[in-house]
Design a protein around this ligand. Sequence first.
Ligand SMILES: Cc1cc2nc3c(=O)[nH]c(=O)nc-3n(C[C@H](O)[C@H](O)[C@H](O)COP(=O)(O)O)c2cc1C
Length: 362
Amino acid sequence: MNAIDRLGRRLLFTFDPETAHGLSIKALKCGLPVVAKPPVDHRLRVQICGLDFPNPLGMAAGYDKNGEVPDALLGLGFGFAEIGSVTPLPQPGNPKPRIFRLTKDEAVINRLGFNNEGHVRCEERLAARAGRPGVVGVNIGANKDSADRIADYELGVKRFARHASYLTVNISSPNTPGLRNMQARAELAELLSRITAARAALPDGAGRKTPLFLKIAPDLAEAELQDIAAEVADKAVDGVIVSNTTISRPNLQPSAFLGEAGGLSGKPLFERSTTVLAKMRRLVGPDLALIGVGGVDSAETALEKIRAGADLVQLYTGMIYAGPALPGRIVSEMARFAEREGLSSITSLRDSRLDQWAAKPL
Ligand SMILES: Cc1cc2nc3c(=O)[nH]c(=O)nc-3n(C[C@H](O)[C@H](O)[C@H](O)COP(=O)(O)O)c2cc1C
C-alpha cells in the first residue's frame, strides 16, 4: 500500500462503513480514482462456461448491489464484476448500523439484508450498457417478505438472463432469515429444477444459455456439501461460488463489534472458505467451474485459491482495507508470477494444492 492509498483509506475510515461505501460508488461514477489498469496478459486469460475472462480476479457481489458501476470496476483491473444481490422488489434491508469494520483483523461483519433498488432499476442500468465488452454477472436474491422465494429466483432468471454474462443464485446470505435453508437437499432440488426450467423456457435470442452459478455458505458440513454437489450435477448447474460470509467468528482480535450479528468476511474467512472450496472441487470433479471467494487480499491469496481448486477468484473486503488499486496490483503480480515461473497459463496451477486443502477439517 503506498502513501496515497493509505491517505485514501484514512479519509474513508473517518466515515462509518456504509457512508464510506456510498462515497466510493459516487467516486467511481465520476471516473475516480484514476488507477493504472494492468496490461492484458494472455497467461491470465480464463475460458470457462463459454465466457472469456481476461484475468481470473473478479469483484464479488455486494459492492455494486444496484449495477451502478460495473464498467468502472472493470476499469480498476478486475477481469469480471458481479453486481447484486438484486431482489424483485426494492427493499431497505435491516436497520442501520449494519456494517462493522474489525480493523485489526482486516475483516467486516455485515447484516445489510439485501438492501437494493429492485429488478426494474437494475435492469434499466444493464440495458443502458448493452453491447459494452466485459464479463458482468448478476447475483439474484429473494425478497425478505416473499411468499414464494423460489418464484423470486425464477423472476431473476427471466429478467436478467439476456443482460448478464452469468447469473448467480445466492442462497447463502446469513442476513435474510431462512434463506440458507434453501441449501438443504429437498429445497435445493426444487429451487434448481425451477430455475433451470425457467432458463430453458427463455427464447434463446443470443444463441446461448446464460451460465448459472450457485453461491454457497462456508458454514456447511461435509454431508451438506455432498448433497449440494449431487444436486448441482443432477440439475446441470454450471458452477459454484464458494463462499459467502460466515456466521462463525474464528480467532478474532478484541473489538467492540465482536458481538454484532451478521456475516463475517475478509482475512479470517480465508482458511475456512478455501477448505470448503477444495472439498467442493473434490466432490464435483475437474470439469465444473468453481469460483473461490473469501479473504483474498493479495496475489498470493488469489493464487492459493486457484491451487486449492478455483478457476476464478473474487474479493470484496480486501479492497475496503487496501483501496481501489488492489485489483490492478494483484493482476500485475499474478502476471509477474506467471513470467517468473515460466507458466503458459495461470490455470495450470489449479488443484496443485488440492490434497492439502481438501484434507483440512471443517
Ligand atoms: C458489505 C458486504 C455486502 C455483501 N453483499 C452481498 C450480496 O448482496 N450478495 C452476495 O452474494 N454476497 C454478498 N457479500 C459477500 C461477498 O460477495 C463475499 O462472498 C464475501 O464477502 C467473502 O469475500 P471477501 O472476504 O473477499 O469479502 C457481501 C459482503 C460484504 C462485506
